[in-house]
Design a protein around this ligand. Structure first.
Ligand code: GUN
Ligand code: ZN
Length: 355
């Protein structure tokens, strides 16, 4: 019996395109991601994929997730409706894109803010806080300064989680510098827009300067570490120790579909490899904490879920591990590395069985 896994970064409309090896990042977005995300204009498609994603999360033992939707408001409604019905916990954001994006995915600032307000009214804090609406600028490249500022204001007005990508590849860094010339560096683009604070979850954070790392710490922002995605797109190695040495909270993200699995077991194994590549290995208890309690903390839910403690909500999974695992160390090693079979028998949120 384990706390349910927390996926701090995943893309719902990429569920069906796992494994499209058209990276690096910007080419993969153009060739594989944007055409697929445009399909979410069709409600039946959006609905079918929402259930597929939920099925796959539950099969992997994930009970809570911070989810990027598409930029389509109706598809985002559909997803929230399915999550409400199926019982998972999580935060969902309409993916904001108003510049340098295909027409089919672009939504103007005003239309996007109106849609976000509607989603907030309908879904934020649904079922006593089980579901939240997050403010979700895709990344600096897909958003105008006006969009980022409006997003920052809306997040502050409602105390919402902010999720976005940062410093994933060198190519993206150069393009961001050219697109946002007023900002001193990548993080400053978000900082100037009022998007940086204790409720901010930044995915990737591979190519940050020491100044940016210090500012992440001072702002109290959190990191979603997505190592399997970073390997798949060849984005680079996230220096986990830069975050941990500063006391920055780091959760793990599957980042499907750049990540190739919904399983946080796979994310833990990839995070282990990633740290090893950098010559700073990470312990299995730390990996397990990142996949559970630190992930919950990164989403602002550390007092409710992420560990099995009296007073918390009963979000947990039942898993089958082999008879050979006699000690906690054996069980952790098996959990992290020996995961051909996901081994999940049942998932519970607030004591209710979901699968
Ligand atoms: N940067 C902007 N959009 C995306 C996305 O969908 N996936 C990843 N991995 N990085 C991004
Ligand atoms: Zn992502």
């Amino acid at each position: 019996m384990l706390p349910g896994f927390v996926d701090t970064h995943v893309h719902y409309p990429q569920t069906r395109i796992i494994g499209r090896a058209t990276g690096p990042l910007l080419r993969w977005l153009e060739q594989s991601v944007f055409p697929e995300e445009a399909r979410f204009a069709r409600r039946p498609y959006a609905s079918a994929v929402a259930d597929e994603m939920i099925d796959r999360m539950l099969a992997a033992g994930t009970t809570c997730a911070a989810i990027f939707s598409s930029s389509n408001p109706a598809a985002t409604e559909v997803l929230l409706g399915r999550l409400a019905e199926r019982g998972l916990r999580g935060a969902v954001g309409l993916t904001l894109m108003d510049v340098r994006s295909p027409k089919a995915l672009s939504l103007s600032r005003d239309a996007a803010m109106t849609a976000c307000r509607k989603l907030i009214r309908r879904w934020h804090q649904h079922d006593d806080g089980r579901l939240e609406v997050a403010i979700t600028p895709r990344f600096a490249l897909s958003c105008s300064r006006a969009m980022l500022r409006a997003a920052g204001r809306l997040a502050a007005e409602h105390g919402l989680l902010v999720q976005t990508h940062i410093a994933e590849t060198e190519e993206e860094l150069a393009a961001t510098r050219a697109a946002h010339r007023d900002a001193s560096d990548y993080l400053d683009v978000y900082d100037r827009a009022g998007l940086l604070g204790e409720r901010t979850v930044l995915a990737h954070a591979i190519h940050l300067s020491p100044r940016e790392w210090d500012r992440v710490r001072d702002a109290g922002a959190r990191i979603a570490h997505c190592p399997d995605s970073n390997f798949f797109l060849g984005s680079g190695r996230m220096p986990l120790s830069e975050a941990h040495d500063r006391g920055i909270l780091v959760g793990l993200g599957s980042d499907v579909a750049a990540g190739r699995s919904f399983s946080m077991r796979r994310a833990m194994a990839s995070a282990y490899d990633n740290a090893l590549c950098l010559g700073r290995s990470v312990s299995l208890p730390t990996l397990f904490r990142m996949a559970t309690l630190d992930g919950a903390g990164a989403l602002g839910l550390g007092d409710r879920v992420g560990s099995l403690e009296a007073g918390k909500d009963a979000d947990f999974v039942l898993m089958r591990l082999s008879e050979q695992a006699k000690t906690v160390e054996d069980a952790l090693a098996q959990l992290v590395f020996d995961n051909d079979d996901l081994g999940v028998e049942a998932c519970y949120v607030r004591g209710q069985r979901l699968s």
